[in-house]
Design a protein around this ligand. Structure first.
Ligand code: ADP
Length: 419
């Protein structure tokens, strides 16, 4: 049976997952990394080590590969694909000095008007002395795929969204073209589209089939959405990790940079979403994971708590309340830790509910079902509380690994090439 490989380049490491044609996992390999001052070298090492670590018998049957990177992790490369300077990582905010310029060129409330957007980073990099050596501007996933297929200057419309690419019209908008930035912006294809076969050198080096296709990739959070199993309009994925991230699949697109709301294109549908600073990091401030488990089991999920908090580590939230000074609200503090935890879990569930309400008010599809990912997904008491507020079924994700979602993309890539 044909196999498909998805590789996830996340925030703390890389991971490879090989699936078969029935989407069953055949092998899963992790490659954690430390903070580095040579990221390009770390990524290349991670990619090649992961490929070499897949059992040879599986490697021989891999027919398509796709890679996801972190959104807005970008780099400049020369005509041979060699990076001319250090990449800028997803959370690098040095582009904040370009915000005024961005506001003057991009439409109001556009996704690129953010200190960490790919376009803010490109404008910042265009002032570097090394910029004159650069020919191509690429995202992390584009460059890593290039190492496998050898074609430069190709991206996908998930990675290219925060560069300003118009995912509705499928072209770079005129206001971006008017900037005349002396660099080759990537040609943008749909995610999971075959770009080409492996280079003969890579196929030989890793014992991969010479006709194995390399497909365009995606970003880590969309890959995790794809892994969840959600696919119909109205289905959503809530990530209960350190923060609270909502994604709702919709037939309509919604955008509002003030709330950090934007939509990714997913075939004929739109993946709308927003992220709140509340979430598991606040729970961890008060409880260990073991305490969360034991105290949660003592909560009566069917009865509402009277406590109304807005759990934050520090002032400020953007979604569903856009207020950079919003104070954390964690009072009154009851003596009983079970009561306190119930107040926290209910309050986060209410913020989740308000988030989905806001997306729907802005025109997104009516919520029908919520899949859950992240550390909080295992908490059945919380699931019951959330179901009470959200008034739709709350279910576990099929899989929560981005690498799994990216392997599914690779599978679709091969299938699309067969027609
Ligand atoms: P991230 O990748 O965003 O750092 P994870 O998805 O690994 O986060 O989830 C970690 C979070 O999950 C922690 O902040 C922790 O408070 C929370 N968490 C862990 N166990 C539980 C639990 N039983 N109930 C609720 N939250 C939990």
């Amino acid at each position: 049976m044909n196999l498909f490989l998805g590789i996830d380049f996340g925030t703390s490491g890389a991971r490879a997952i090989v699936i078969d044609a029935e989407a069953t996992i055949q092998t899963e390999i992790k490659y954690p990394w430390e903070i580095s001052d040579d990221w390009v070298d770390v990524w290349q090492q991670a990619l090649f080590t992961l490929l070499a670590s897949i059992p040879a018998a599986l490697r021989q049957r891999i027919k398509a590969i796709a890679i996801n990177g972190t959104s807005s992790t970008v780099l400049l490369v020369d005509a041979a694909g060699k990076p001319v300077d250090a990449p800028l990582l997803y959370n690098d905010a040095r582009g904040s000095v370009m915000l005024e310029q961005l506001k003057s060129i991009a439409p109001e409330n556009h996704t690129v008007v953010s200190a960490t957007s790919s376009l803010a980073k490109l404008l910042w990099m265009s002032q570097l002395s090394t910029f004159s050596q650069a020919i191509y501007f690429l995202h992390q996933a584009d460059w890593l795929a290039f190492l496998l297929h050898g074609h430069l200057g190709i991206s996908d419309y998930h990675n290219a969204l925060k560069l300003g690419y118009d995912v509705e019209e499928l072209k770079y908008p005129q206001w971006l073209e008017n900037l005349h930035i002396p660099i080759q912006l990537p040609e943008v294809l749909p995610p999971g589209k075959p770009i080409g076969k492996l280079t003969p050198e890579i196929a030989a080096k890793f014992g991969l089939p010479h006709d194995c296709l390399v497909c365009t990739g995606t970003t880590d959070s969309i890959a995790a959405f794809l892994a969840s199993g959600a696919k119909s309009p109205g289905e959503a994925v809530t990530s209960l990790g350190s923060t609270l991230v909502l994604k709702l699949l919709s037939r309509t697109r919604v955008e509002d940079a003030r709330y950090g709301i934007y939509s990714h294109r997913l075939g004929d549908l739109w993946l709308t979403g927003g992220a709140s600073n509340t979430g598991g990091a606040v729970l961890r401030q008060f409880f260990t994971d073991a305490e969360l488990k034991s105290l949660s089991s003592q909560i009566d999920a069917s009865t509402a708590s009277q406590l109304d908090y807005y759990p934050l580590l520090k002032p400020g939230d953007r979604f569903p309340i856009n207020d950079p000074n919003l104070p954390p609200r964690l009072e009154p503090l009851p003596d009983n830790p079970v009561e306190f935890l119930q107040g926290l879990l209910e309050s986060i569930a209410r913020i989740e509910m308000r988030g989905y309400e806001l997306l729907q008010q802005m025109g997104a599809e009516q919520l029908t079902q919520v899949y859950t990912a992240g550390g909080g997904a295992a908490n059945n008491t919380w699931t019951a509380i959330r179901e009470r507020y959200l008034k739709v079924p709350v279910v576990s994700s099929k899989n929560t690994e981005a690498a799994y979602g990216t392997a599914l993309l690779a599978m679709r890539g091969l299938r699309s090439s067969e027609f």
